[in-house]
Design a binder for this molecule. Structure first.
Ligand SMILES: Nc1ncnc2c1ncn2[C@@H]1O[C@H](COP(=O)(O)OP(=O)(O)OP(=O)(O)O)[C@@H](O)[C@H]1O
Ligand SMILES: [Mg+2]
Length: 238
């Protein structure tokens, strides 16, 4: 594949101190993530998956090493520029949904459009409705979170992450609160977004059943990449 990577980490090191002990969580990781693909990071609990996602999305600065995202070196950006980078280029999906309970699905998805350049209300509603239709919830837009199933709530959270059409979509354990059927639907949506919109989709998952739906699977152990496989090779190996 000749696509240019949209996300490049080089020699990423990150440690955390608690009391007198210092734990190295990312141990010199280098990796490049391509647009138009769903890349999944897997590995044991505590292996550094969420930390890697935070570093690659600029939520956390590494102790050393660099991240280039959409051609920008994140450590060179000011705090304000980093906030702008995330607002403009990044969408985030987490396992807890984080929806506002008093707002309808549509209102939840409209929220991110209040930040950044002002857009016409009718245009915003059209875009939010389109994002909900993309995740198969076109007939649920007036419902509140308590009236939605877990899988539907997660799809609202994905629609909210997508409404600004981010170039980079980060998803930390987006399926862990879901049963396998709903987990599969969510993974299919993430895959579709990567393929149809050319989005760079980087997910973290515990769920080994989801691996076969990814284009690429990167395995972390003790803060290092121990395996990096493409879907085609995984099938051949099976
Ligand atoms: N802010 C922090 N302060 C101190 N230690 C931290 C911090 N964030 C993470 N850690 C430690 O870093 C290690 C890796 O954490 P991380 O959340 O990246 O793991 P993970 O692979 O996502 O695990 P899980 O699968 O359980 O979500 C853990 O041992 C954790 O305790
Ligand atoms: Mg984690």
């Amino acid at each position: 594949m000749s696509a240019t990577p949209t996300l490049i980490g080089e020699q990423l090191v990150k440690s955390f101190s608690s009391g007198k002990t210092r734990q190295t969580v990312l141990n010199g990781i280098s990796l490049s993530i391509l647009p138009g693909e769903l890349t999944l990071i897997i590995g044991p609990s505590g292996s550094g998956k969420s930390t890697l996602l935070s570093v690659l999305s600029g939520l956390l600065l590494p102790d050393s090493g660099t991240v280039h995202a959409m051609g920008m070196e994140l450590s060179r950006l000011s705090a304000e520029a980093l906030d702008r980078f995330r607002l403009e280029y990044c969408g985030f999906v987490f396992q807890g949904f984080n929806l506002f309970t008093s707002l309808t699905a549509l209102e939840n998805v409209l929220l991110p459009l209040n930040y950044g350049p002002k857009i016409d209300k009718a245009v915003a509603v059209r875009r939010a409705t389109a994002a909900l239709e993309l995740v198969g919830l076109g007939n649920r837009i007036k419902l509140r979170p308590m009236e939605l199933s877990g899988g539907e709530k997660q799809r609202v959270a994905i629609a909210r992450a997508l409404v600004k059409e981010p170039k980079l979509l980060f998803a930390d354990e987006p399926t862990s609160a879901l049963d396998s059927h709903n987990g599969q639907i969510v993974i299919d949506i993430l895959h579709h977004i990567a393929q149809e919109h050319g989005t760079t989709v980087l997910g973290v998952s515990h769920d080994n059943r989801l691996i076969k739906h990814a284009d690429r699977v990167i395995t972390l152990e003790d803060g290092a990449v121990v395996k990096d496989q493409r879907a085609r090779n995984m099938l051949e190996a099976a």
